[in-house]
Design a protein. Structure first.
Length: 99
């Protein structure tokens, strides 16, 4: 798993927690009314939502894994013209003998 994927999973988990917090704050507001304290908590919750959204926008986007392109190698022998004037690896030039 890449770090980018892990980061996005963490941001998603944080978003779920913030959603739970917002629901809890709404339930609390129904029970205690809309006084100064609950308005501050609601405002703080909204600020956290905005901050998390900014953080999500600033993180690198997940890049899908790229699979190497398949290259078909033909069964026919290579054109011998490709190998003129080259040394055989470990054997030296074609007109000389190995030691």
């Amino acid at each position: 798993m890449s770090q980018v994927t892990s980061l996005h999973e963490e941001l998603t988990a944080a978003q779920r927690c913030l959603d739970d917090l917002a629901r809890s704050v709404s339930r609390l507001e129904e029970r205690v009314g809309s006084g100064l304290e609950i308005r501050r908590v609601r405002s703080d919750t909204e600020h956290l939502r905005e901050s998390l959204s900014l953080l999500r926008d600033a993180t690198p986007k997940a890049v899908p894994e790229q699979h190497p392109e398949m290259v078909t190698i033909p069964d026919q022998p290579y054109d011998s013209g490709l190998w003129t004037d080259v040394d055989d690896e470990g054997l030296g030039a074609q007109d000389r003998h190995a030691p």
